[in-house]
Design a binder for this molecule. Structure first.
Ligand SMILES: C[S@@+](CC[C@H](N)C(=O)[O-])C[C@H]1O[C@@H](n2cnc3c(N)ncnc32)[C@H](O)[C@@H]1O
Length: 286
């Protein structure tokens, strides 16, 4: 979802405000060098999705550098072609860096938020959990009274046995089922789902737009999509490293969901996670 001109948005700026200080704490650098280092250090993201490395837009780097200069956290070198950190800047960097140790990740809290957005009252609602892994969310939903199908494409080394593991935890009953399937290829459903949910999975989908189209097709008209994934920003970075930038930012969600035909779009920030909900239009195609 990243534009070829680079990522923009509040989360990117928040991350840059911290990370540029960190880069300059390592030594003097030009703006160009800082952009290149961010791209290089996030290059593992390309293993998940080509183009997944973090390219930040020039305008975001420019505005962050101006802000850091204004606050006297950095200064221009004598030659005037690069930047260096000041004593105040170093103190600021160390203070923010400590946030990593002070808090733990909030996946569980974000999951509780996601579940609270679904209505468990009768008649029993049918939920599709996309990228279910070993059924982390699917089992919680079945316990909360939903009928659940968990699917996973099992395409990564770490996920190749996930569905088998999930099936091994089944205790009978017909409230929950699992299947190896790529959401883009899931067909044969007469009854579309009341809810489609996803936990910490959208970020590692190779074709996020194609997956969102498939999710919309599988959702009943008037049904709700709810997704919990990494927050694109400082807290996301401090807890999940460059991996968090594989997720969609708030701005990207707010642009994409209406384009896919969703209304009532809301975003709930839960520390290092972001829970997004949208309702599929009651009329129209699909
Ligand atoms: C990080 S795991 C998350 C597992 C679980 N939902 C959780 O919260 O712990 C992401 C999962 O998404 C799955 N996945 C990626 N692309 C997919 C696709 N197109 N369709 C279905 N599952 C997919 C991966 O195989 C992986 O198991």
């Amino acid at each position: 979802m990243a534009s070829s001109k680079g990522r923009t948005g509040a989360g990117i700026r928040e991350f840059l405000e911290y990370y540029l200080l960190g880069l300059l704490n390592e030594g003097t650098k030009t703006k160009q060098k800082m952009v290149e280092l961010i791209l290089e250090r996030s290059s593992d993201n390309n293993d998940y999705r080509p183009g997944g490395a973090l390219l930040v837009a020039d305008q975001e780097v420019d505005s962050t550098v101006s802000l850091l200069l204004q606050r006297s956290w950095i200064k221009t070198t004598e030659k005037g072609d690069a930047f260096e950190i000041t004593g105040e800047g170093r103190k600021r960097f160390e203070k923010v860096d400590k946030l990593k140790e002070q808090t733990s990740g909030s996946k569980e809290e974000a999951t509780q938020k996601l579940i609270s957005l679904l209505d468990p009252s009768p008649p029993k609602k049918y939920v599709l959990d996309v990228g279910t892994g070993e059924g982390y969310l699917a089992f919680k939903l079945a316990e909360a009274g939903f009928k659940v199908l968990g699917i996973d494409s099992s395409e990564f080394d770490y996920s190749k046995d996930s569905i088998q593991e999930a099936m091994g935890k089944l205790k009978g009953g017909n409230n929950i089922a699992f299947r190896v399937a790529d959401v883009k290829k899931l067909t044969g459903f007469q009854e579309p789902f009341d809810y489609v949910v996803s936990s910490q999975a959208l970020h590692c989908m190779k074709d996020q737009e194609g997956c969102m189209e498939a999710i919309t097709r599988l959702l009943k008209k008037g049904g709700t999509f709810v997704c919990s994934d990494f927050s694109v920003g400082l807290l996301g970075f401090l807890h999940h490293g460059f991996h968090c930038f594989l997720a969609l930012s708030k701005e990207e969600w707010l642009e994409m969901l209406p384009q896919c035909g969703y209304t009532n779009v809301s975003i709930h920030e839960v520390h290092d996670f972001c829970v997004v909900e949208g309702q599929k239009a009651r009329s129209g195609k699909g």
